[in-house]
Design a protein around this ligand. Structure first.
Ligand code: FE
Ligand code: CA
Length: 510
């Protein structure tokens, strides 16, 4: 029996055993061109709602090839949702069509599932069955689950390390995984310590190349495990398109934006409604978790003004313009309206760039800041911070990526006045791999002029959050090495933990 027949035999054996309730699709049997497993990129789920979620896969028989070895013919893909991992209790099924124009991606959206429940899902195409993923629906509106656990991660240059953090995230069994950008880097790494290599070294600027880079990333077993373990809330930062790109009038051509957004949508468990139209993608959205939490997932790239010039503090006029915006007017209003709606114990702002002020000399007369972060858009930050204060948001917590360090920050309305009260909390997740293993300096010295910046740690890893009605615990997780490939030689540890108590802005030692 050859390999194909053996696999088909196993599949039909499953069907005969009752594990597969679906009949064979008429005319959808394996063709001559479809003789290999098309599920080499794994499965994923995302954007849970009280009655459903997005179930994702992307067919590729040859993931590293342009086109994924899938040819040009659409493929029907069946999906199943069950309450048990053995699929003895299948509660919903459906069929999607994977088409070349969407990179053979599948975004199935079951509806009508019970709220606050765990499910298992899988796909079938060309006679093959996918790996099984685990997902869940959000709690019903108004209900308060006893706890919510989630991981926060960002920045995972494929070449700069092994994805051990993803394996550990999966093992934590979180309700959700937030990925806050730089999932894919458009260029090869400049590090001397690259652990692996993109198949295409060129800076990516066309759709086939973006697709190929995502596919290569998705062949990694650890990231497949994290995607299969829990639903994700994913937003991009800059590198999914190009370093430090900005706004609608960026110098990046629309054709390249369109390719980047399309590839991001194809490769993430995002709803069909978020499919890009031309050079725009509707990325920001809100995900509720009963009365316990809301996630305001933000887009800090598409609508921002150009970064202010870095001019060595000789002229701060542009940076200090009162009308500067990082979010754009529409997203800002959407955020303020969300704050006003209330009804949530914890309000998480899932976004990309450093929110708290981080002024290198602490002198209010200068503007020596990171122009790409919120420090480069202080008026925009002020409107949003004042916005949540004025609307009585109970526990605002900003979740951030981008800077390849762990940070725990206390947020103020006025960062120059150190007697100004704390009005919120920021948890910054370090990189999964980007910049590789840290050097001998584990903790770089804290900027002395910014006492609201409470903790900084130079590790690779992620942040693990457990929230209940009474308090939130943030564990800053450290992975011992991303250069070491052997999983038996890599450990993870809680480098630092903080507590945020209900109604008390800012982090506290536990
Ligand atoms: Fe990054
Ligand atoms: Ca300054």
């Amino acid at each position: 029996m050859n390999k194909l027949n053996r696999r088909l035999f196993l599949v039909s054996g499953l069907a005969a055993g009752g594990a597969l309730a679906l009949p064979n699709l008429a005319g959808a049997g394996p063709s001559i061109a479809a003789v290999r497993d098309p599920f080499l990129l794994g499965v994923a789920s995302g954007d849970p709602r009280p009655d459903g979620m997005v179930l994702w896969t992307r067919l590729a028989q040859a993931p590293l090839d342009v086109g994924g070895g899938m040819g040009s013919t659409a493929v029907p893909v069946e999906w199943q949702v069950a309450t048990d991992e053995a699929f003895t209790n299948i509660v919903q099924t459906g069929t999607e069509t994977a088409v070349p124009a969407e990179g053979f991606s599948v975004h199935a959206e079951p509806r009508g599932l019970p709220a606050g429940a765990e499910f298992f899902y899988r796909f079938r195409a060309n006679g093959f069955i996918s790996p099984v993923g685990r997902t869940r629906t959000a709690p019903a509106p108004g209900t308060t689950p006893s706890t919510l656990t989630f991981a926060v991660a960002s920045c995972q240059h494929f070449e700069e390390g092994w994805y051990h953090a993803h394996r550990f995230m999966a093992a934590d069994d979180p309700d959700l995984i937030l990925f806050l950008g730089d999932y894919m880097y458009e260029k090869a790494s400049g590090l001397a310590t690259r652990v692996r290599w993109y198949v295409d070294f060129d800076e990516t600027d066309v759709l086939d190349e973006y697709r190929q880079k995502y596919a290569q990333i998705r062949t990694d077993p650890n990231i497949q495990a994290a995607h299969a373990a829990a639903p994700w809330l994913a937003v991009f930062d800059d590198h999914e398109l190009k370093n430090n790109w900005w706004g609608v009038s960026s110098d990046v051509p629309d054709t390249r934006k369109q390719a980047s957004f399309q590839a991001f949508w194809e490769n993430m468990p995002l709803p069909k409604a978020m499919k890009p139209v031309n050079a725009a993608i509707p990325l920001y959205r809100r995900v509720g978790w009963g009365a316990l939490a809301r996630f305001h997932m933000m887009d800090t790239r598409q609508y921002r003004w150009k970064q202010a010039p870095n001019n060595n503090n000789t002229n701060c006029t542009e940076l200090r313009r009162a009308d500067r915006t990082l979010t754009g007017a529409a997203q800002e209003q959407w955020l303020l309206d969300g704050f006003a709606a209330g009804g949530s114990r914890w309000d998480f702002l899932g976004q990309q760039v450093f929110f708290a002020a981080n002024d290198t000399d602490g002198a209010s007369s200068t503007c020596d800041v990171n122009e790409d972060a919120w420090d480069g858009y202080p008026a925009s930050r002020q409107r949003i911070t004042q916005g949540w204060v004025d609307r009585g948001v109970r526990n605002p917590v900003v979740l951030t990526g981008d800077v390849h360090r762990h940070w725990a920050n206390n947020l103020r309305l006025n960062y120059v006045d150190q007697s100004s009260p704390f009005v919120g909390t920021e948890l910054v997740a370090t990189s999964v791999t980007s910049t590789g293993d840290p050097g001998a300096t584990d903790n770089p010295p804290q900027v002395p002029n910014n006492p609201h910046l409470y903790y900084v740690g130079n590790h690779r890893g992620y942040v693990r959050v457990r929230a209940s009605a009474a308090q939130l615990t943030a564990d800053f997780m450290k992975v011992s090495s991303v250069v070491q490939k052997d999983p038996t030689k890599v450990t993870r540890s809680v480098r630092k933990s903080f507590v945020v108590e209900d109604g008390v802005p800012g982090v506290q030692e536990p």
